[in-house]
Design a protein around this ligand. Structure first.
Ligand SMILES: C[S@@+](CC[C@H](N)C(=O)[O-])C[C@H]1O[C@@H](n2cnc3c(N)ncnc32)[C@H](O)[C@@H]1O
Length: 353
């Protein structure tokens, strides 16, 4: 039998259980795991909160199948609903389940170790593979297509913004130059190109192509746009007393989560207002002090946890009217279509576990 806990080690597992499950005591409570992966966190939630049902979303069908099988092995299928969807379809997923409010929402952003280790999906600079990088293989946009079609400015922007790559412009220019004679098809071709552009004296630790690969993965999967559109949808569906718990691994993701949560943690009134009307009082309560990080022991056991930032809030009262409107507008956000000529399957696909 496969030992999934060794394929993907859930990050800050006990901390997440302690933050999520106090909201799940009531009979029929519902939690959504927006990033099911191999269900490491979900299984712990189901075991700790025996009244709760978890709706587990993942855009990766293979992860979803493996997680569903693992939950069945644990005898927990009766309280689990797997859904194949991207998490920015949050509202649609809940509607399809006939659920309007949920008691907890969990997100563990990024890739699972299963995806990183699957060489043929091209996520890793360490293995030669076609430049694919799609989490959802039914989507059409791949890393190869981005490298073949985006102009130098757009490529440089992505490398700088999502990869914090100092040599974003020369790398982008070299890509555009090279593709005129031979398009980039494989991860080793991209690694070699980055290697040739970044001067040896200016390299930090690790593989010099790491940041370019990260940036491409974020762009291929529209990760930040999806997160920006999803958080307000979650806000609209949280029950009072409901909790939102998010683990991020990239500074832009963490900033997006922090800014979203901050909107409900502050008084929504001018500083000189003598009496604050109840409607302008905060609607979130912070459950973490700043961001929780992994300690040295966890980082030694699971290096992926080194960059984690865990933040959590609880909804303390119904959303004020003004914020209902704001979240409705924000959840529409810019569409993926703006990133390139590609289409996503918008259909959600739910299966009984
Ligand atoms: C870090 S893993 C989750 C691991 C999980 N917590 C566990 O313990 O096994 C992240 C998962 O989220 C999925 N994912 C990432 N972005 C997504 C999105 N926008 N919509 C749905 N799933 C997404 C990935 O396919 C991956 O399986």
């Amino acid at each position: 039998m496969t030992d999934f806990s060794q394929i993907h080690k859930p990050v800050l597992l006990q901390e997440c259980v302690d933050l999520v499950t106090p909201a799940l005591h009531a009979l029929d409570s519902v939690a959504v795991d927006c990033t099911l992966g191999l269900a490491g966190h979900t299984i712990a939630f189901l075991k700790a909160a025996t009244n709760a049902t978890v709706i587990g979303i993942d855009r990766d069908e293979e992860a979803l199948e493996k997680a569903t099988a693992r939950i069945a092995q644990e005898g927990l299928s009766a309280r689990f609903i797997p859904v194949h969807a991207a998490f920015d379809q949050f509202d649609e997923v809940l509607r399809a389940q006939g659920v309007s409010q949920v008691q907890a929402v969990f997100m563990d952003l990024g890739l699972s170790s299963l995806q990183i280790d699957e060489r043929e999906r091209g996520f890793s600079y360490a293995h030669d593979a076609p430049l694919d990088m799609r989490m959802d293989t039914s989507q059409s946009l791949t890393a190869r297509e981005i490298l073949a079609t985006y102009d130098a400015d757009r490529l440089a922007h992505i490398f700088k913004e999502y990869g914090e790559e100092r040599f974003s412009r020369p790398i982008a220019k070299r890509i555009v130059q090279q593709r005129q004679t031979s398009p980039l098809e494989t991860s080793s071709q991209l690694t070699a190109l980055v290697d040739a552009v970044i001067p040896a004296a200016k390299r930090g630790g690790g593989n010099p192509a790491k940041r370019v690969f990260q940036a491409l993965r974020i762009e291929v999967n529209g990760e930040l746009d999806k997160l920006r559109r999803t958080l307000p949808q979650i806000g609209l569906h949280l029950a009072v007393g409901g909790r939102l718990v998010v683990e991020s691994y990239h500074s832009l993701e963490d900033r997006t989560v922090k800014n979203f949560m901050a909107q409900g943690l502050r008084v929504d009134a001018p500083a000189d207002m003598p009496v604050i009307p109840p409607d302008m009082q905060p609607f979130f309560k912070a459950l973490t002090k700043g961001a929780v990080k992994a300690d040295a022991d966890e980082i030694a056991y699971n290096p992926r946890s080194a960059s984690v930032r865990l933040r959590a809030v609880e909804l303390t009262r119904p959303l004020p009217q003004r914020w209902l409107h704001t979240f409705e507008l924000e959840s529409q956000g810019p569409d993926d279509g703006a990133r390139g000529a590609h289409s996503h399957r918008r259909r959600t696909h739910a299966r009984r576990g």
